[in-house]
Each structure stands twice: as structure tokens, then as C-alpha cells.
Design a protein around this ligand. Structure first.
Ligand code: FAD
Length: 393
């Protein structure tokens, strides 16, 4: 490899995924004096995703600046369980990778580098696979999730097919959980987003102990689900799939000792512990970074590390629920935990997803006939039950 003359920038965003794309938008809006470079190894930004969130997950101000990215908005959604079905009126919104690429690349102009692999990075230098070196005051690592010995995780695995049907499906809002299906490989549900009168994104999701994903089997299960709903698939337009982390326990201090860089997104353990979704956290973090008095590797690292640790501690209760779901409930009966949860008030459900539950909400979620055996629940009360710290320190 031959290194050409060093390029330089104020901020280099390594990885053009969700977290760094949102940081790019906020830096361009609030700090136009900075030269911000985004470097993505794929041909486009944002991979192959449909990122959804509830309107109540983010503040109105964040909702405003996210609006150019929103491709679909529905005024409510539905859940289905063997014991009950329910419509909720919380608006649900979706961003597609295509729109994300279009908006972020237009804002970044020639400082959006796609098809460029980063080989190495530290706090002041980014070395590209072709040997070029970029020097910067601030280098932000947004290369997506990394495995960490400091976190104990379960897995939410899914395959989604965007399908064109031969006739209208008749849905006017998403079904975000249809758990009236066979409970295979842990908690299983189907997720259907109506993208047009004849187009659906249908995902088959499993909350499982292991991270293995049999894509062929899930594709076949989606086709069978569509047939059972009376939907005839004319064409499969696109596939997306994922294996998302579900936090059970861990040592967040040790996680941050594993790297000296400012890390963002899933890499920073900034995700909703139950869903593995990171969009609301990423949006809030983008605002925080763009309003720092100075944007350097040191200031961004301090900001993200602080936010990540604070969120981790605030979300201990979610990890307890996850341990009950993964470790105390029998795999085929995990759906009962969610079925019961969805009998609670809409306000509580909204606060739960947004990470703003109150003490009363916490009590309300656990009060009543427990959906898991009490001895099994008692056994997972402590994080040490699944993550003995002494073995990891
Ligand atoms: C299919 C799918 C659907 C999801 N749906 C939702 C959802 O509905 N709502 C939600 O909130 N969350 C969702 N998530 C979870 C999570 O929010 C996403 O995974 C999100 O994209 C994570 O953001 P990130 O910035 O951490 O990583 P990513 O968005 O994965 O970005 C990482 C980027 O870094 C690039 N990269 C990696 N290494 C290099 C390198 N060496 N050089 C250059 N570039 C590199 C990658 O190509 C990638 O573009 C979904 C995840 C998946 C996989």
C-alpha cells in the first residue's frame, strides 16, 4: 500500500450507519464551520434496514429534525397474542436505508465517502485500506456492534421480506407483534408493516438463547404466515435480517475499558435493552455531540461514555425483565410475559419503550400473578446470576 498526502478533517465519522449518519446531520446543521467526513465501506450509507420507532420515543424537537428521514407514519399499531389482541394509538414511524442515504449524502456532499474501507483508526488518524491517511481532531467509531466479553446478551434474530402481493392486504396500520404463531426457538412473533396497499414488510422474529440464524427456514416461515393470512406473494422485493443484542447483564465499566476511542451506536451499548433498537438513543446522542463546546476525540469520548454508563445503570430493570424472559421463562412460554405486559395502560407501554418508566410502572409490571415460576424468577434477580463479575474482571 502506498500512502498519499494526508487528508485532514475536523471530524471523521468511521462507518456510515445509523449513529454516525445522524451525528453527521446534526454537526452539519449546528456546526457548519467544521469539516466533517463520513467514511463508509459499502456502496451506500445505512446498509439494508427499515428503522422504526414510536413517536413517543423521542422529544418533539428530535422528531422535527428526523422528519426529512421519515418515509412512513402510521397513527397506531396492533399486537396479537393467543389470549388477547389490542389496538394502540401511539404513532409509529419508519425510516428506510434508501431515504437515509439520500438525505445524509445530499447534506454531506463530497465529504461523503462510500466504498471506502477503514483499516485502522486511533484518536487522531484514520488509515484507509488503500493506504491513505486522514488526520482529524475527532475520530468517531460507528462501525456497528462488536462482541464484548463484558456484556452478557441474549438475541433477537429476524428475517424480513418486503413483498408485493397479488391483491390488497387490507392492513391500515402495522402489526408489530403477532405472537399467535408457533413458538419456535424462544419467543416468536411476526411483524407486518403496510408500506402500500399491496406491499408489506413481514418479519419473523425470535428471542433466542443462541445467535444462529437459519435464514432459509425463516423465509419459508414468512411465506407460510403470509399464506395463512390469505396474502399471496407476487414478488419478494428485498430482504433484511438482523441479530440484535438483548442486554441481560454486564460490566459497563469494563466494556468501556476495552477501547480508547469514542464509540457510538450499538458499539457504545446504546440500545433499548428489550428491543435492541438504537434509533432514539442515537438521535439524542447526535444532539449532545453537536452541542459540545468543542468537538474532539476526548470530549466526544467523555460525552458518550458518560451517556452510555448512565443509560446502562438507569436500565437495570429492563435487564432484569430480560433475564426473566430468557432465563426464568421456558422458551415456549416466553410470549406470556409480553402478552401480560400488553394488558397494561398505553401510557405505561409508551414510557416503557422510551426508557422513561417510573417506580410505579416498575411495580405495576411485576405485580399480580407472575408469568414465570417464582423460584426461577428469584434465581435471576441478580446480574451475577448470568454474569459473575469475578470471572470477567
Ligand atoms: C435489519 C435491521 C433492522 C433494524 N430495525 C431497527 C428498527 O426498526 N429500529 C431501531 O431503532 N433499530 C433497529 N435495528 C437495530 C439498530 O438500531 C441498527 O442495527 C442500527 O443500524 C445500529 O446503528 P449503528 O450506527 O450502531 O450501526 P450500523 O447502522 O450497522 O452502522 C455501521 C456501519 O459501519 C460500516 N463499517 C463497518 N466497518 C467498517 C470499516 N472498517 N470501514 C468503513 N465502514 C465500516 C458498516 O458498513 C455500516 O454501514 C435494526 C437492525 C437491523 C440489522
Amino acid at each position: 500500500m502506498t500512502a498519499s498526502r494526508p487528508n485532514s478533517a475536523d471530524v471523521v465519522l468511521v462507518g456510515g450507519g445509523l449513529a454516525n449518519g445522524l451525528i453527521a446531520l446534526r454537526l452539519k446543521a449546528l456546526r457548519p464551520e467544521l469539516r466533517v467526513l463520513i467514511v463508509e465501506r459499502d456502496a451506500s450509507l445505512g446498509g439494508r434496514h427499515t428503522w422504526s420507532h414510536f413517536a413517543t420515543d423521542v422529544s418533539a424537537a428530535i422528531g422535527d429534525w428526523l422528519s426529512p428521514l421519515i418515509v412512513h407514519r402510521w397513527e397506531g399499531y396492533e399486537v396479537r397474542f393467543p389470549g388477547h389482541c389490542r389496538d394502540l394509538t401511539t404513532p409509529y414511524l419508519a425510516i428506510t436505508s434508501d431515504r437515509f442515504h439520500e438525505v445524509v449524502s445530499a447534506v454531506m456532499g463530497e465529504d461523503c465517502w462510500t466504498g471506502v474501507d477503514v483499516a485502522a483508526l486511533d484518536e487522531t488518524r484514520v488509515t484507509l485500506a488503500d493506504g491513505r491517511v486522514i488526520e482529524a481532531d475527532c475520530v468517531i467509531d460507528g462501525r456497528g456492534p462488536r462482541s464484548s466479553p463484558s456484556l452478557a446478551l441474549g438475541w433477537q434474530k429476524f428475517v424480513g421480506l418486503e413483498v408485493e402481493l397479488t391483491a390488497p392486504h387490507g392492513l391500515d396500520h402495522p402489526i408489530i407483534m403477532d405472537a399467535t404463531v408457533d413458538q419456535l426457538d424462544g419467543y416468536r412473533f411476526l411483524y407486518s408493516l403496510p408500506l402500500s396497499p399491496t406491499r408489506l414488510l413481514i418479519e419473523d422474529t425470535r428471542y433466542s438463547d443462541g445467535a444462529a440464524l437459519d435464514q432459509d427456514a425463516l423465509r419459508a416461515d414468512i411465506t407460510a404466515y403470509a399464506a395463512a393470512r390469505g396474502w399471496t406473494i407476487a414478488r419478494i422485493e428485498r430482504q433484511e435480517d438482523g441479530i440484535l443484542p438483548i442486554a441481560l447483564a454486564g460490566d459497563i465499566e469494563a466494556h468501556w475499558r476495552e477501547s480508547r476511542l469514542p464509540q457510538v451506536g450499538l458499539r457504545a451499548a446504546l440500545f433499548q435493552p428489550i428491543t435492541g433498537y438504537s434509533l432514539p438513543d442515537a438521535a439524542r446522542l447526535a444532539d449532545e455531540i453537536a452541542t459540545l463546546p468543542a468537538v474532539t476525540s476526548a470530549t466526544v469520548r467523555a460525552c458518550v461514555e458518560g451517556r452510555s454508563k448512565q443509560s446502562w445503570h438507569e436500565r437495570a430493570y429492563y435487564r432484569l425483565l430480560n433475564r426473566m424472559l430468557f432465563k426464568a421463562a421456558q422458551p415456549g412460554r416466553r410470549y406470556i410475559v409480553l402478552e401480560r405486559f400488553y394488558r397494561l395502560s398505553q401510557g405505561l407501554v409508551e414510557r416503557f419503550y422510551a426508557g422513561r418508566i417510573t417506580l410505579a410502572d416498575k411495580a405495576r409490571i411485576l405485580i399480580g400473578k407472575p408469568p414465570v415460576p417464582i423460584p426461577a424468577a428469584m434465581a435471576v434477580l441478580s446480574e451475577r446470576s448470568v454474569f459473575p463479575k469475578d470471572e470477567h474482571s
